[in-house]
Design a protein around this ligand. Structure first.
Ligand code: NDP
Ligand code: MG
Length: 401
């Protein structure tokens, strides 16, 4: 029986995880659930799953949880409060498996704590790897943690690579692998005239053609910064240099990614664009378990298309490759500036096109502080804070109103 902690349970990945777990009551039990703002939803999830622990950000949220719970039958779970509680719960001795599905660098300390505690870590929170790939992968190795990539592309690559029954953290590319090919849908603006991009709204940016996801990652998909973060994520997960990671636009989102071998073989993983497939793979590994995802009807799809990405239309993609080559400080700044810029875009304070400009200007103005790779979580968080402050100042300058 796996005892599961879901960090970010109230989000899109959290919900999909609960959906898969509910199909296998004899294999998984829910020990802990965490939320940030959706406390009613958290209470509903806790009541449904019988979670023993919930984690909320502050006392006001804890009071709200208590009030909402008053209406449900059954014993109230233990309510833990604050950032340290998040870290402690990820490392709780009662937990075997942690789904790291908080959005943004806010999820780094708890994801890292799960790795340091030697858990089976199902990693959806790509920003944790972008900001602290070296620390995170080292923690997995040093503490015998199991690392299962949940991001669909990385889950696909993992499935196409040779591995035994334990998922670990490689220090060199898998033998015989020439390239990793990350597929990208191209998002909602793949064919939008460039002149129209300046005026696109948050609603348009969040309307992804194939995937239903949280708002931040939906905007990242629209700028293709998401694919850039995924290139950096792939670099760390598979110990692969930047020049052996290719991005390929594939609008149907059926081929989730590919591995090209030295002999010319290319292995791909296909499936519906539904995160329950990679989540079920991570939960069940090394076995295959039912996810609730239906059959893939390729005859109905009719065709699969592929094209090279347009780096001019999507400058965030180039910025991401540049950051990966420049080193970890640049990756932290890229991610932090993007989180700030996306939040400001969703608040309608800056335009869609300003997102890339703010990231670019943040990276340029911070370049002198990128020197050594950060050696500790504190170093990472300090650089993250500095980059956020810089990006916020730049956003004020870029403001529309
Ligand atoms: P959502 O926005 O749907 O959910 C985010 C979760 O994180 C929510 O539970 C939210 O709580 C919680 N949260 C937000 N801010 C904080 C904070 N400061 N501290 C603690 N918890 C916080 O995001 P997604 O589920 O879409 O994405 C989660 C992660 O998975 C991201 O890193 C994303 O890149 C990655 N991912 C997502 C995919 C998808 O299909 N959705 C695909 C591949 C990767 P609350 O809702 O209560 O405010
Ligand atoms: Mg992805």
């Amino acid at each position: 029986m796996q005892s599961v902690c879901i960090l970010g349970a109230t989000g899109s990945i959290g919900e999909s995880t609960l959906d898969v777990i509910a199909r296998h009551p004899d294999t998984f039990s829910v020990y802990a659930l965490t939320a940030h703002s959706r406390i009613e939803k958290l209470a509903d999830q806790a009541a449904r799953t019988g979670a023993r622990v919930v984690v909320v950000p502050d006392d006001a949220a804890a009071r709200q949880f208590g009030q909402v719970w008053g209406r449900s039958p059954g014993a109230m779970p233990e309510v833990r409060v604050g950032a340290q509680a998040l870290v402690d719960t990820a490392a709780d001795a009662a937990v075997t498996t942690v789904m790291a599905a908080i959005v943004g660098a806010a999820g780094l300390p708890s994801a890292l704590a799960a790795a340091q505690a030697g858990k089976r870590v199902l990693l959806a929170n790509k920003e944790a790897l972008v900001a602290a790939g070296n620390l995170f992968m080292q923690a997995v190795r040093d503490n015998g943690a199991e690392l299962l990539p949940i991001d669909s592309e990385h889950n696909a690559i993992f499935q196409c690579l040779p591995h035994g029954d334990r998922a670990s953290a490689p220090t060199a590319p898998a033998r015989g692998v020439r390239r990793l090919v990350l597929t990208a849908s191209g998002g909602p603006f793949r064919n939008t005239p460039l002149a129209d991009l300046a005026a696109v709204t948050p609603e348009q940016a969040c309307a992804h053609p194939n995937w239903s996801m949280g708002r931040k990652i939906s905007v990242d998909s629209a700028t293709m910064l998401n694919k850039g973060l995924e290139v950096i994520e792939a670099h760390w997960l598979f110990a692969m240099p930047a020049d052996r990671i290719q991005v390929l636009v594939h609008p149907q989102s059926v081929v989730h990614s590919m591995v090209e071998y030295d002999d010319g073989s290319v292995l791909a993983q296909l499936g519906q664009p539904d995160m329950r497939t990679p989540i079920a793979y991570g939960l069940g590994f090394p076995n295959r378990i039912a996810s609730g995802v239906g059959l893939l009807d390729l005859a109905a799809k009719g065709r699969l298309d592929f094209e090279a990405p347009d780096f001019d239309r999507f400058p965030c993609l180039r910025l991401s490759f540049d950051a990966l080559r420049a080193g970890q400080g640049a990756c932290i700044a890229l991610n932090a500036a993007n989180e700030v810029a996306v939040a400001q875009f969703l608040d309608r304070r800056i335009s869609f096109m300003a997102i890339a400009q703010v990231i670019d200007a943040s990276l340029q103005s911070l370049a002198s502080s990128f020197g050594q790779a950060p050696a500790s979580l504190e170093d990472v968080l300090a650089l993250d804070r500095a980059a956020r402050a810089r990006a916020e100042a730049l956003c004020r300058r870029a403001a529309l109103y």
